[in-house]
Design a protein around this ligand. Structure first.
Ligand code: ATP
Length: 447
């Protein structure tokens, strides 16, 4: 009997005894083995009807959805499992694969790290490769899409992989002025260098984005790369300083070189204030050398920066060395505020698009979520989805999230941007050289 006809016989047996769990498990696993994921999904769902709280089966269902290229469903099922306190380690591996398939490298790395921490046997060469993080050593620690090394280790040469983001500006809700600024300042010059030179415009320099956390600075930088089909290299300055103590200039140079070799490439520096802020912890001579090296690389002193787009982000622009803002460096400093009302509606719509939802009045929700950051909006969508998952497990199919669920989640969530504005307000009032922080005052309606 071949595999198909024996499975047919087992299906017939299941019709007679539909609650025979071992038999159904065997059938579900056999379908996975044969690559018949849609059939496997039917059986995982049927099993979950019998035991809705079985987390191992939920993981299998999420994985089958992923294999069957039903990313939305896979994400819904997986997101809720990973939030359970007793989530099995495999759940994080599957969640990492789903996040990778969605182009969200940071989340992928985060989940992958959790999976390996819980069970080192889950290390997966394919994922190591895809995430560009190399095999994990027990002494190394991954954080937010970047590899961080402990101090007593010899830091390896810089080997962050270049991402190829699939997302574009269309995936960034609101922020129209910012998108236009990025187009004018760095995208058009990259695409039409001769035209810019003909008008006597100097090409080069970068944009520094600042604002409260979670308002989309990284998201926008990644989308900039996707918009022009460029590579994306994301570097957290804090990680770099930890990792490169003593060898920073050489590594900084290698990083720029790597971006140049892979041009067009967006080189994104997060937490750029750390270069200034960390000076007190560091021997000031070596700190100055790093800053000088950074500035020389940006100026393209020895090497052409054609095809290189440099973006940076900070929550504390007041700690960034003023030398960074000179012409040809981060000479455009842009405030990234929490999204406005239409922006929030757009972001929520974008976040819900691949999820099972119904009856959502996005305009109403946008009104309800004043001062919410993009990350706050993501949090309420996650909470609403989680609250629906129990139901979904009972019925065996995703139960749609409604506007009411989102609204209830929003009512319980405090926007995280308020604290940032409390301290930003003081800098804007008392250290506003050259009107650098006028946008903050405008936003707070104080100007
Ligand atoms: P931090 O200062 O903490 O690094 P950030 O400003 O870089 O924060 P992001 O990491 O880009 O913020 O945004 C956090 C999350 O919020 C993103 O992963 C994304 O899901 C969501 N988000 C933020 N802004 C937007 C937006 N405009 N459109 C869609 N999603 C957004």
């Amino acid at each position: 009997m071949n595999a198909d006809s024996s499975l047919h016989a087992l299906e017939e047996a299941l019709k007679v005894s539909p609650t025979n769990i071992p038999l159904r498990l065997h059938v579900a696993e056999s379908y996975i083995h044969l690559g018949r994921y849609a059939d496997a999904i039917i059986h995982w769902k049927a099993l979950l009807k019998l035991e809705p709280g079985n987390l191992d089966w939920q993981v299998q269902l999420a994985d089958a959805y992923l294999q069957n290229e039903q990313l939305g469903e896979a994400a819904v099922v997986s997101e809720a499992i990973t939030q359970a306190s007793d989530a099995p380690p495999l759940a994080f591996l599957v969640a990492a694969r789903i996040a990778f398939a969605e182009g969200d490298l940071r989340t992928a790395v985060h989940h992958y790290k959790t999976a390996i921490d819980l069970d080192p046997d889950l290390q997966d060469e394919v994922l190591d490769d895809q995430l560009g993080i190399g095999p994990l050593e027990s002494t190394s620690e991954i954080s937010e899409g970047r590899v961080r090394f402990t101090h007593d280790e010899e830091p390896p040469a810089f080997d962050i992989e270049i991402e190829r983001p699939k997302m574009t500006f269309a995936d960034v809700g609101g922020m129209d002025d910012l998108k236009e600024e990025i187009r004018l300042k760095i995208i058009y010059p990259l695409q039409n260098p001769d035209l810019y030179e003909a008008y006597g415009k100097k090409i080069g320099g970068g944009i520094m984005m600042y604002g409260p956390p979670g308002c989309g600075k990284t998201h926008l930088a990644r989308a900039t790369a996707g918009e022009i089909d460029a590579g994306f290299l994301s570097v957290g300055i804090n990680d770099v300083l930890d990792m490169w103590m003593g060898n920073s200039e050489k590594n900084l140079h290698e990083l720029f070189e790597k971006a140049r070799r892979n041009s067009p490439c967006v080189l994104f520096f997060d937490e750029v204030d750390a270069l200034g802020g960390r000076r007190s912890d560091m021997n000031s001579g070596s700190a100055r050398q790093i800053i000088n090296q950074f500035l020389a690389e940006m100026d393209g002193v020895q090497h052409s920066n054609d095809g290189l787009l440099v973006l940076s982000a900070t929550n504390a622009p007041w700690h960034v060395d003023a030398a960074f803002r000179r012409p040809g460096r981060f000479d455009r400093v842009i405030f990234v505020p929490p999204p406005d009302r239409p922006g929030r509606a757009e972001i929520l719509q974008w976040m819900c698009q691949s999820k099972p939802v119904k009856d959502i009045d996005f305009q109403y929700l946008a009104k309800q979520t004043d001062k919410f950051s993009g990350a706050d909006l993501k949090a309420i969508v996650d909470v609403a989805i989680e609250s629906k998952l129990g139901e979904a497990m009972k019925t065996g199919k995703p139960v749609p999230v409604t506007g009411k669920d989102l609204s209830q989640a929003a009512a319980r969530h405090k926007p995280t941007t308020k604290e940032w504005f409390a301290s930003a307000r003081n800098y804007a009032l008392y250290a506003n050289e050259g009107g650098l922080y006028d946008d903050i005052l405008k936003f707070l309606d104080m100007k």
